[in-house]
Write a protein that binds this ligand. Structure first.
Ligand SMILES: C[S@@+](CC[C@H](N)C(=O)[O-])C[C@H]1O[C@@H](n2cnc3c(N)ncnc32)[C@H](O)[C@@H]1O
Length: 298
């Protein structure tokens, strides 16, 4: 994979805005070309926000606004921002179509608090959600601090992350990278080289193909932007360091087999995956490519 992440995060998201709402459609999500992971994530967020009894929620990186609109329809005071101008325009139009106030949405970058601090003037929020944002931030600790500043003391954040441990299940180039760069990072090169050779023979280390264009071929693909994975074993320490407590992880985007088998298995793959969603056992740590950290501002 190219290490050069030269494409701006906003350029990728500006290019995928048009069909993004289909991820959340009760019918359309079933027949999307990609797995409708966002649909399951939104259901988890709605369930957990309702459990908390939160009265207000902010979304950093609100995309085209459907998740935040769902929260508004649940009766919460809402506001949000996004770094991609096409997403902001789509979210405002989405809110208008639904009879919601588009002025609660603006351009903003979670890495730059001055870009959204005006939205906190009416009071800090009971909850904050950020999906598809932590993978792209410049610095984890600073972004998590900025997210923390949005909620009141005792307020709750829901922050999506991409699961690095899923690499143990994919049996491809991600597995090789995880072995060499993480598990064996301090082992002498002689051994690492031997392991690399062995994995090249036993695993599909040439897969998956690099996504250098979007699904419709119109814009820069996901693998051209900076997109970090997080190790769930390290998240508690990271969150506690910047002033959160009470962390739990909600797993989603299950895989009933390594992803490279999806084509040969056919529709049974996706059906089985969807049936596994909402399982909260330890299996999510390996079978899910993403999770949502729920944490309290201490
Ligand atoms: C995967 S999309 C998800 C959108 C929305 N949160 C949802 O759940 O449908 C991620 C969004 O985060 C935005 N984003 C990425 N980095 C950001 C940053 N540093 N500040 C604000 N928004 C960001 C992207 O432009 C994109 O719209």
């Amino acid at each position: 994979m190219s290490d050069k992440k030269t494409v701006a995060v906003a350029d990728h998201y500006n290019a995928v805005v048009e069909d993004y709402h289909l991820n959340y459609d009760d019918e359309a999500h079933k027949t999307l070309p990609h797995y409708p992971a966002n649909y399951f994530r939104l259901n988890i967020l709605k369930r957990e926000v309702a459990k908390l009894g939160a009265q207000s929620i902010y979304e950093a990186g609100l995309g085209e606004g459907t998740p935040l609109a769902h929260m508004a329809h649940m009766g919460l005071r809402v506001a949000g921002s996004d770094i991609a101008k096409n997403m902001v325009a789509a979210a405002k139009a989405n809110f208008e179509r639904r009879g919601l106030d588009p002025d609660v949405i603006q351009l903003g970058n979670i890495d730059e608090p001055e870009s959204f601090v005006n939205q906190l003037e009416a009071g800090l929020f009971d909850a904050m959600m950020a999906s598809g944002v932590l993978p792209h931030v410049r610095d984890d600790q600073s972004a998590l601090r900025n997210m923390r500043s949005i909620v009141r003391p005792g307020g709750t954040v829901f922050i999506e992350f991409r699961n690095k441990l899923f690499s143990m299940f994919t049996l491809n180039r991600f597995t090789k990278e995880f072995f060499l760069d993480e598990l064996l990072k301090d082992v002498p090169d002689l051994l690492r080289d031997a392991v690399a050779d062995e994995l090249d023979q036993r695993m599909a280390t040439d897969l998956p193909p690099i996504r250098d264009v979007t699904e419709d071929g119109d814009g820069p693909g996901y693998d051209l932007i900076q997109a970090n994975y997080h190790n769930p074993f390290e998240l508690t320490e990271l969150f506690e360091k910047v002033g959160y407590s009470g962390m739990k992880i909600h797993w989603y985007h299950f895989h009933p087999a390594p992803p490279m088998l999806e084509t040969s298995i056919g529709p049974a793959f996706r059906k089985a995956a969807m049936e596994m969603e909402y399982d909260q056992s330890w299996r999510g740590m390996f079978l899910c490519s993403a999770g949502v950290v729920q944490a309290v501002r201490s």
